[in-house]
Ligand binder design. Structure first.
Ligand code: FAD
Ligand code: FES
Length: 276
């Protein structure tokens, strides 16, 4: 299928049934369904998931397999995600996508830093990279032990001792923020590429450290999304539309939007508000 035809097909609204619901932690559930078009999705891409009678929301793709099964990990934060969390196997949802660009696949020595549901696209990326890299270290951060996700899957994919978990309250792993062991790793070892996804203030710190240690970086950003195809302008960051130019941005692109990255975003009325 040609790229333009594929893009048109991706934006067509489809309905599908939920095949599986898995509770990952007290606020996150993974939903699995079949969708032929999303099967071609790459790590970093997202889909728009429609919850009938409620809303349509952007979600990163956690996994997409040749058999047509696709998964997303969803944190309950408001009306739409709460409605989705109440859905059971067999219930109908709507899908558009996959949208946006994806992480660049690199070999060599790889470092990943994920927080919250930002771990989802990085787990998808780890599955694609794990067998090809010289070294893969995954640093993940959460507020408490309960919030940590996908540790078993990541420990299976990365070799022993290469998954570093941090919790702010010290209930698991290293006490503190993910950026603390990250700084130690960057000081001690050389890495070829750093991928990050998670809360934007965390990603801004990761970006600043990557700049200091002169390491290439890609970060996946979140902004308010409506159309997901570059038309409405809801998702702008500087000169970029996150849905179309991103969600994955390189360090050189992030340098251009440094005054907004980790600092401000647009609300539903288009007003700039601080990222807290
Ligand atoms: C590219 C991308 C990938 C994402 N991937 C995931 C993921 O894998 N898992 C996950 O749990 N969440 C993900 N999100 C965030 C998710 O879209 C929001 O949490 C969800 O839209 C909240 O909807 P709500 O009605 O439950 O909450 P609301 O009460 O509407 O809002 C709660 C918070 O979510 C933000 N939000 C609301 N609507 C949108 C929207 N249309 N676009 C972006 N943010 C919104 C609001 O600004 C607010 O901060 C992603 C967002 C983007 C842009
Ligand atoms: S969501 Fe409409 S331009 Fe990005």
């Amino acid at each position: 299928m040609k790229l333009s035809v594929y893009r048109i097909a991706a934006n067509q609204h489809r309905t599908t049934c939920i095949l599986d619901v898995k509770t990952e932690n007290p606020t996150v559930k993974t939903f699995t369904f079949k969708d032929k078009i999303c099967t071609r999705a790459k790590p970093g891409q997202f889909l728009m998931l429609w919850i009938p009678k409620v809303d349509e929301i952007p979600l990163s793709i956690l996994d997409a397999n040749e058999d047509g099964t696709v998964s997303v990990a969803v944190k309950k934060v408001g009306e739409a995600t709460e409605a989705l969390h109440s859905k059971k196997v067999g219930e109908v949802i709507g899908i558009r996508g996959p949208f946006g660009n994806s992480f660049t696949i690199k070999n060599g020595r790889i470092l990943m830093v994920g927080g919250g549901t930002g771990i989802a696209p990085l787990l998808f990326l780890t599955k694609k990279l794990a067998s090809k890299t010289a070294k893969l270290v995954f640093v993940m951060g959460a507020k408490t032990k309960e919030e940590l996700m996908f540790i078993d899957e990541l420990e299976e994919l990365c070799s022993k001792g290469n998954v570093v978990a941090t919790t702010e309250d010290g209930s698991y792993g290293v006490k503190g923020l993910a950026t603390t062991p990250l700084e130690t790793l960057l000081t001690k070892e050389r890495f070829d590429m750093l991928y990050t996804c998670g809360p934007e203030q965390m990603m801004r710190k990761v970006f600043d450290l990557a700049e200091k240690h002169r390491i290439a970086l890609e970060a996946s950003l979140e902004r308010l999304m409506r159309c997901a195809i570059g038309l409405c302008g809801s998702c702008v960051v500087g000169k970029y539309r996150v849905c179309r130019d991103g969600p994955v941005f390189t360090a050189s692109q992030l340098r251009e939007v440094k005054s907004e990255f980790g600092v401000s975003k647009r609300n539903f009325n288009g007003k700039k508000i601080p990222i807290v």
